[in-house]
Design a binder for this molecule. Structure first.
Ligand code: URP
Ligand code: ZN
Length: 466
């Protein structure tokens, strides 16, 4: 018997869209076509009126992240459950190197937190915080172990995680010979610290000073610096959470020069405005980089459509309402980040596809295929093809819903899109051939998610191919 037959849906990949059926067996897609004549399926799923998409990949989540003296509320179980409700079938989180420790120690420690708990497949980016003469060897070991991506923070010096330009360039150079991709959080720490100190000295502690102390200049300058270094080293670089038109312009210029630079943005930078910081509870939306202006959002949407940006992730960092409330005291006390792992597909469909800004194939590219290729998960994931993992989401494009804490599976205790009406809802999630979300119910298992070893396609290094 074959496990599943998905019948009557419109299958969408990053390059095509057609009405075909899929057969799934042993966790893999085993057949694509019409008029199935194989072994009798144990279950036939009626997908008429639905889009059948490759399961979303979220290459940027922070589950149980200790930061700003608190910890994000999603752990590897609750975070992956919320992800599954949003049609996500793989997440990539982070392992932060301890000062004096190795990146591999951090990976092992983080795996101990995730293994046996994640309900969908997962992997980890290695975050370097302490670059030294041993780093090139550590990078080789990581790549060998299937950790094909490393990250550095160009900001957060006072929080103890920043790596300076020497460290960044050393990593980029070390990466030249290896199949790996570097990632940066690009903001200029010195400019931010100067502005923060200036505002605090003037008694300016309101939330709006969070955004004013992290201006587009700080993001664009660091982005320009990082992409120049990556271009010189010819090492692929993935710029996380691009929020401003100015930072985006640096990425465009680098890509026009043929450098292997890839940019990501997140739903909040596409949909939410910096005026939220003027609200009494505006501290909830403190994140870095901060929310920007309409002109920035327009530029980001254009870049998603014309290819200058390659990925939309969530940067899920579910700090709870209580920790966020510290913002009443000062913007410097708020933990940065918002929950989002569940809502990306509906928001992007609603704001992007339904409003004609991107088409549904581009949506698949941005949320599944491109992150899979950039993180080294493709073609096993991010793909609907015979032999690929049966990671799928069935999406109803004509059903509407209202996003709210009440119907959310994200655990921060507040919802960044409370009351927002969206068009399009994920109705079934299939991970490794198992139906894990159906009719609003979780049917997966804690610990069913596997740690995935990743390998970068050498093509990624040859220039801006995504
Ligand atoms: O504000 C953010 N983005 N918080 C999460 C950590 C990070 O900087 O990615
Ligand atoms: Zn992040």
């Amino acid at each position: 018997m074959t496990d599943l037959l998905i019948h009557g849906g419109t299958v969408v990949t990053s390059t095509a869209q057609m009405e075909v059926d899929l057969a799934v067996d042993g966790g893999k897609i085993v057949w694509i076509g019409s008029n199935y004549a194989g072994d009798r399926p144990e279950r036939v799923i009626d997908a008429r009126g639905l889009l059948v998409l490759p399961g979303l990949i979220d290459p940027h989540v922070h589950f149980q992240l200790p930061f700003f003296g608190t910890v994000t509320r999603h752990d590897f179980f609750s975070g992956t459950v919320a992800a599954a409700f949003g049609g996500v079938t793989t997440v990539v989180d982070f392992a932060f190197q301890e000062r004096g420790g190795t990146a591999m120690d951090a990976i092992q420690a983080r795996r101990a937190e995730a293994d046996g708990h994640a309900c969908i497949d997962y992997s980890l980016h290695a975050v370097f915080t302490d670059v030294n003469h041993e780093t090139p060897l550590q990078l080789e070991e990581l790549v060998e172990a299937g950790i094909a991506t490393w990250k550095v923070f160009m900001a957060y010096r006072r929080e103890g995680v920043m790596v300076d330009d020497g460290g960044l360039f050393a990593l980029l150079e070390a990466g030249i010979r290896l199949p790996c991709v570097g990632i940066v959080h690009a903001e200029n720490a010195a400019i931010i610290e100067l502005l923060v100190d200036r505002f605090l000295a003037a008694g300016k502690t309101d939330t709006r000073y969070h955004a004013l102390s992290r201006p587009p200049l700080a993001e664009a300058e660091a982005t320009g610096r990082a992409v120049r270094q990556a271009g010189a080293a010819n090492c692929p670089l993935y710029v996380f959470h691009v929020s401003s038109a100015d930072a985006l312009a640096e990425i465009r210029t680098a890509r026009n020069r043929g450098w292997p630079i890839y940019g990501e943005t997140c739903p909040h930078y596409l949909c939410l405005d910096a005026s939220l910081y003027d609200r009494p509870d505006g501290y909830n939306w403190c994140m870095s980089p901060p929310l920007r202006a309409q002109a920035d959002r327009d530029a980001l949407w254009r870049a998603l459509a014309d290819g200058a940006l390659s990925v939309v992730s969530t940067d899920d960092a579910a700090f709870d309402a209580e920790s966020k409330k510290r913002g009443e005291e000062s913007f410097t006390r708020v933990p940065n980040g918002i929950p989002g792992v569940e809502t990306r597909l509906s928001i992007l469909y609603s704001e992007g596809v339904a409003k004609g800004r991107i088409n549904v194939q581009r949506l698949v590219a941005l949320t599944s295929t491109n992150p899979a290729r950039l993180a080294g998960l493709y073609p096993q994931k991010g793909n609907i093809a015979v032999g690929a993992d049966a990671d799928l989401v069935l999406f109803n494009p004509s059903r509407q819903t209202t996003l709210s804490l009440e119907n959310s599976h994200m655990l921060a205790g507040w919802h960044p899109y409370e009351g927002t009406r969206v068009m399009g809802v994920p109705v079934m999630t299939i991970a490794g051939g198992e139906v894990i979300v159906e009719a609003g119910e979780f049917k997966g298992k804690e610990g069913a998610g596997r740690f995935i070893r990743r390998r970068i396609d050498p093509e990624i290094k040859r220039g801006p191919v995504l």
